[in-house]
Design a protein around this ligand. Structure first.
Ligand code: FAD
Length: 625
């Protein structure tokens, strides 16, 4: 009878133990876990803290008793493995309750110690109201602190996935939340212009964002009452959450002389076997192969950890099972907006040496004629010559999850953007459009590869402006849209007038066209191309992908709305007024602007069609515009 010992009992370790049992009914399987809980859902911790998951027991997917009953696996909680002796195939274990130490033999060992939350050394860091969110006891500490001390302000340090989930949780509990991020953007795995949609949304929802500034110190006596930033600014706070990333837990592996790979994790092969044939490893502590570049990488996420654990457990028990790699598919929802990513961002594609282009689309998440449609921003990173989808990023409100999973399957299968055009995806108006956002993204990127259009990113346009290149910039939106804000130096030639007014433009001059989302710009490109214009670019994704150049705010809570009597009222007041049935609020922007975002309860009457629709406006109601 072989003996399998597992270290760590969460995603990787628990999966390994259960799989090992399914492979070998006779093996003796022992798991050591230094914490008090096993197989807990750390991904659910922010929702437990907010109260959306009301009971702790919902997070505890297994207990040592249930594991024993179902799998005949012995789990020893509050037992820390101190050392691995590979010579004698033994681990030295400390019982954290009795403090006694003992040895345990193994034939094969699975190592899944996870990762630690990074806690940078700095003045005040040990003050009692500064927390990390990694385990159930830590979540309990945060909940307990909030219940007892009723903090009013919170600082969340680090605007990654966990940081933004915690910002939402604390906001839901009524705290004023400041999110502090050292980088100039939130959600560092995303490219900056995609993360920008999330930042703007968070600010509109009342989250205070401090970007481009790191923390230097916490100030206070027993508890911190303020933190100091590298810029010298101070942020008052009653509670702080540190979510600045995780570091693989490598102590045991290093001391045992296991090879640590170039990406900084335990090196393993496709069987999750380490440099010692008797030792397997899984989860946040190991390296895996990137499906996109075939290089070693680290992807500290639950999906890979579970699958690696499954492979490690099978192989430790004698069955060959492979884990071939991962691509970092991830998703987060915060304050009503969802951001997701699969494969490489543009930044990662540059680092890996790919030749690629970026393509943006802003489609409606479902048919605009069915209530509740919203804009879904999609960015594709596409290999230049082959058209292979290297990665995708999506920001939107509904349906982001299914689109990112379709694109994850595309990245995994090495699909080309031409394949995205051909996908046969489900459509009914509640769920999608006849041309799904993924298919629209495929159309836009394929048009570039077929040379039906030449696109330019916002970054590319900025460069041309900075280098003072000689070009004409043409805004093909309606005069109303142009008047509400446009790129500096642009001339207005609405798409529907372009054929008549084409002589106003110089066909020999480099021409850059843009609209709001890229579609009318594409139409303009085709008209100009067929009228002898030599060098034309369409701004990919239109000005929605270029907010940094626009510097224009979207409609938000701070906005004011004009009434038909000429006075202005704040949006908040309007919401109250609109509960009165004798009032009507109309939004006079264009349909795509309206579907991007609008004040709930307002009706769309685009200015361009207002005169023809004016009869349908009720005369007996107070009108807000
Ligand atoms: P862990 O889950 O960290 O488990 C390792 C265990 O090993 C720990 O319990 C530790 O106590 C134990 N251990 C360590 N050393 C020893 C030792 N010497 N002796 C005994 N025991 C030891 N991923 C997603 O994909 N989606 C999400 O939405 C998501 N949300 C998250 C939210 C939060 C708040 C956190 C913290 C993580 C989230 N993750 C998410 C990441 C995901 O939880 C991890 O990738 C996954 O849990 C890693 O599994 P693991 O087994 O490698 O490590």
């Amino acid at each position: 009878m072989s003996k399998i010992v597992v270290i760590g009992c969460v995603a990787g370790g628990a999966s390994a133990a259960a799989k090992a049992r399914r492979v070998d009914e006779q093996a003796e399987i022992v798991v050591f876990e230094k914490g008090p809980y096993v197989s807990f859902a750390n991904c659910g911790l922010p929702y437990y803290i907010s109260g959306q998951i009301p009971h702790k027991k919902s997070l505890l997917l297994q207990t040592p008793e249930s594991f024993w009953k179902r799998f005949r696996v012995q789990i020893r909680v509050l037992h820390e493995v101190l050392k691995i002796d590979r010579e004698s195939k033994t681990v030295i274990v400390k019982n954290l309750q009795t403090l006694s130490e003992f040895e345990e033999k193994y034939d094969t060992l699975v190592l899944s110690p996870g990762a630690q939350a990074v806690v940078p050394p700095m003045p005040g860091i040990t003050l009692s109201n500064i927390f990390t969110v990694k385990t159930v006891p830590e979540a309990d500490l945060i909940k307990g602190y909030i219940e007892k001390n009723k903090p009013k302000t919170a600082a969340v340090i680090g605007a990654g996935f966990i940081g933004l989930e915690m910002a939402e949780a604390l906001h839901m509990l009524g705290l004023h939340v400041t999110v502090i991020e050292k980088l100039p953007q939130v959600l560092p795995p995303l490219d900056a212009e995609m993360a920008d949609f999330v930042s703007r949304h968070l600010m509109r929802k009342g989250i205070h964002l401090v970007l481009n500034d790191g923390i230097k110190a916490f100030h206070g006596d027993n508890t911190a009452n303020a933190l100091e930033l590298e810029s010298g600014n101070r942020v008052p706070m009653d509670l702080a959450i540190l979510s600045i990333g995780v570091r693989p837990e490598l102590k045991l592996a290093k001391e045992a002389g296991l090879t640590i790979g170039e990406a900084g994790g335990i090196e393993v092969d496709e069987c999750q076997q380490t440099s010692d044939p008797s030792v397997f490893a899984a989860g946040d502590a190991v390296e895996s192969i990137s499906y996109v570049s075939d290089h070693k990488t680290r992807i500290p996420l639950a999906g890979p950890a579970n699958k690696q654990g499954r492979a490690a457990g099978a192989n430790a028990a004698g069955q060959k099972l492979f884990f071939t790699g991962a691509q970092g598919t991830a998703i987060v929802k915060t304050m009503g907006i969802t951001a997701a990513k699969t494969g490489f961002s543009a930044r990662e594609a540059v680092q890996a040496g790919f030749k690629f282009f970026e393509s943006y689309t802003h489609s409606s998440d479902h048919a605009t004629y069915y209530p509740g449609a919203d804009t879904m921003h999609i960015k594709l990173v596409v290999e230049q010559d082959s058209g292979r989808v290297l990665g995708a990023q999506i920001v939107g409100k509904e349906g982001v999850d299914k689109r990112i999973d379709v694109l994850a399957a595309a990245v995994f299968s090495d699909l080309k953007v031409f394949d995205l055009e051909k996908l046969d995806l489900a459509y009914a108006p509640q769920f999608s459009s006849a041309k799904d956002p993924v298919i629209m993204a495929g159309f836009a990127a394929s048009n570039v590869l077929r040379k039906d259009v030449q696109t330019l990113t916002c970054e590319g346009l900025k460069k041309k402006i900075d280098q003072k290149e000689n070009f004409q910039l043409v805004d093909v939106r309606t005069p109303g849209e142009f008047a509400s804000g446009h790129l500096p130096g642009a001339v207005s030639v609405p798409i529907d007038d372009l054929r008549e007014r084409i002589s106003e433009l110089d066909s020999q001059k480099q021409t850059i066209v843009y609209c709001r989302v890229g579609l009318r710009g594409y139409l303009a490109y085709r008209i100009l191309k067929q009228n002898g214009f030599q060098e034309i670019y369409n701004l990919s994704g239109g000005i929605l992908s270029c907010q940094a150049l626009m510097g224009q705010e979207q409609p938000g809570e701070q906005m004011h709305v004009k009434t038909s009597h000429g006075e202005t009222v704040p949006v908040q007041a309007l919401k109250q007024i609109m509960t009165d049935k004798s009032c009507l609020a109309i939004d006079v922007r264009e349909k795509d602007e309206f579907s991007y975002e609008h004040i709930q309860g307002t009706s769309l009457f685009p200015l361009s069609r207002l005169s023809s629709q004016i009869r349908s406006l009720p005369k007996d109601k107070a009108l807000y515009v």
